[in-house]
Structures are given as C-alpha cells and as structure tokens.
Design a binder for this molecule. Structure first.
Ligand code: GRF
Length: 196
C-alpha cells in the first residue's frame, strides 16, 4: 500500500513536507495525485513543479458533494490510489469518498483534539488563552475532526505569541510529524487503526 493522493486547498506547506520526505527517502510512497478544490491555490504550483498529476475542481459547479466526490473517486481509481492524505483540505469528507476509503483517509489538525476542532484552531487556542495546544493526526470519519486519533503532540503557547508565531511553531511540528506517521501507516499496512 503506497500509492497515495494528497488533498489540499491552500498553501500546501504540508504537501511540500510530504514531497520532500518522499524525495529524501524518508517516506516510502508514490504521490499519484493532488486533489484541490481551489483552482488558484499555491499548492497547485508545488505539484506542477514536481510533476505530480493534479485534479482540480470548483465545488459550486457541481450539483452536490456526492457529485464532485464521484468525480474524485473516478480519478483516484484511475491512478490506483490506495490511501488519502488530507493536508489542509478545507471540507468535510462525504459519504461517497468514505464508502470507498474509510480507514484509509488521514488528516492533520492544528490542535490537541478534541480541543479546538473545526476552522481556525490556532485562533481558537489564542482566544481561549491556553498555555499549550498541539497537533493531531487522525483517521477521517464523517464528523468535523472527530475520527480516531493516531498521534498527537503538544505545542506550548508562549507569552506574546501572535497567530503567526504560534502557527510557525505548529507547522514546524506538522512538517516533521505528518510524513513520519504516513510512512508508519503505509509500511505497517494499517487501515483504520487495524494492522492488515
Ligand atoms: C495545517 O495547519 C493543517 O493542520 C490544517 O491546515 C493547515 C494547512 O496548511 N489542516 P498548509 O496548506 O499545509 O500550509
């Protein structure tokens, strides 16, 4: 199991970390496809630079989530993708993708879940004035950041932290953690927490 697709909507710094880890031999995976729901996103440039096939789409131009997810599933099958990595994909995964891939979809979230799920987890942590937050990698189910947790690290919130400084500390941890965990899951053939 090493053919993966990465789903992203934005800058793609985690996508870049995954690409770099593959190129350095730290992550044994073939990135078959980038799936992106924002045709202008920076992550698309990164994929292009590395000659990774891209499937980009405009969600509003489809009748429903089921319709665009069917298209995504077709693309994933075309590339024989076995495992999906969400890296800043800003939408809930629907039943069409879950039907074929549940247990084989992971996500990274910038908080120590179950604290601060959903949008702007970093802003939520600052607002709550906590002394630490974190990063969580989890399997994806139909909820908002609710799937089984695979691994978490704690990150301190320091006095005087701004959104930028905290985000930088969190992303540094993400870039180290995510490729390593993906590699472990793929090498041990772990689907939905169960070794196959
Ligand atoms: C990351 O912080 C990740 O935890 C969250 O979205 C952000 C994506 O950042 N799910 P990037 O596009 O990988 O830079």
């Amino acid at each position: 199991m090493n053919k993966i697709a990465v789903f992203a909507s934005g800058s793609g710094s985690n996508f870049q970390a995954i690409l770099d880890a593959v190129e350095e031999g730290l992550l044994q995976a073939d990135i078959q496809l980038l799936v992106c729901d924002k045709p202008g996103a920076k992550v698309i440039e990164r994929a292009r630079d590395h000659h990774i096939p891209i499937f980009t789409f405009v969600p509003n131009s489809f009748e429903s989530k089921a319709h665009f997810e069917k298209e995504i599933v077709n693309e994933l099958k075309r590339y024989h993708v076995e495992f999906i990595v969400l890296a800043g994909y800003m939408r809930l995964i629907g039943e069409v993708l879950l039907r074929d891939f549940e247990g084989r979809i992971v996500n990274i979230h910038p908080s120590y879940l179950p604290a601060f799920p959903g949008k702007d987890a970093i802003g939520q942590a600052l607002q709550a004035n906590v002394s630490e937050t974190g990063v969580t990698v989890h399997f994806v189910d139909s909820g908002m950041d609710t799937g089984p947790i695979i691994e978490q690290v704690k990150i301190p919130v320091l006095p005087g932290d701004t959104r930028e400084t905290l985000q930088e500390r969190i992303q540094k941890a993400e870039h180290r953690l995510y490729p390593a965990i993906i590699n472990k899951l793929l090498q041990k053939d772990i689907i939905g927490g169960i070794v196959q």
